[in-house]
Design a protein around this ligand. Structure first.
Ligand SMILES: [Zn+2]
Length: 254
């Protein structure tokens, strides 16, 4: 819609020139057309993002990331609701593959176990972090021989429940696990989680790595995930602090 309106504006600016009186009118028409062309370039140029963390430069989290994703024995598989993928600049999931080498993210409303190599080729059923009835506490005992895959669902609680309904074979093929106790989310300052067990996906992944894998690599990966998450929260708080001033300025002008 915006592009169509701008195209009409450009055509209108050119059409003005023959009707004007002398050079002043032509100059005004050229100036209007140039200003519209600048607006077209501005609105059609993609926002610059960091090459590594793919976030706008003002909210880049690379300072907290490892030089390369860390190789852990545990693998992560994030099943992400498409709505979360669309709001990825606010999602914590993109931090995970930057910190953990064995991390895959799949986007969809529902999943079949046979479509996922983490399920199809697994020697032991993956651990599905989901507060289902009968879910076992996630601890070192759940890790078994090591190298397990932890599956995390990334979405609001309502989206996660809908994804569970649409993924019966996946839920039947996994071992449901949950955290033994609720823990406050680092994101509390910037968003309100509806239930005590709804920590962010990145926080859940970091905690699962610590509980399942007693290695220096897992500890380092968890530290990096949490550090990048804290930096992301700091950026969001800074932007919230700046917003009321902008709103007040608009009110003052009215
Ligand atoms: Zn970055």
């Amino acid at each position: 819609m915006r592009r169509a309106l701008l195209a009409i504006a450009i055509a209108g600016a050119h059409a003005l020139a023959p009707l004007g009186e002398g050079d002043a009118a032509k100059h005004a028409a050229r100036s209007a057309a140039a200003s519209v062309r600048r607006e077209v370039v501005r609105t059609q140029t993609p926002r610059a993002t960091c090459d590594t963390c793919h976030r706008p430069p003002a909210v880049c989290v690379c300072a907290a990331l490892p030089a390369a994703p860390i190789k852990t024995e545990t693998s992560l598989l994030v099943l992400q609701h498409p709505n979360e993928f669309r709001r990825r600049h606010f999602s914590t999931t993109p931090l995970l593959p930057l910190c953990v080498d064995r991390c895959a993210v799949r986007v969809g409303y529902g999943f079949e176990a046979d479509d996922l190599p983490q399920f199809r080729d697994a020697a032991e059923p993956p651990l599905l972090l989901f507060p289902a009835a009968g879910a076992a506490p996630l601890d070192a005992a759940a890790a078994g021989a090591g190298g397990r895959t932890v599956v995390l669902i990334d979405g609001t609680w309502a989206q996660a429940k809908a994804m569970a309904r649409k993924s019966p074979s996946l839920f039947a093929s996994a071992t449901p696990v949950c955290f033994a106790d609720a823990r406050a989310s680092a994101l509390e300052a910037v968003r309100r989680e509806p239930e005590a067990h709804c920590v962010s996906t990145a926080e859940a992944a970091a905690r699962a790595l610590r509980l399942l894998e007693p290695t220096a690599a897992a500890a380092e990966a968890a530290d990096r995930i949490e550090a990048s998450l804290r930096l992301m929260v700091d950026h969001q708080l800074a932007s919230i602090r700046d917003r009321p001033r902008e709103r007040n300025a608009r009110v003052d002008r009215q």
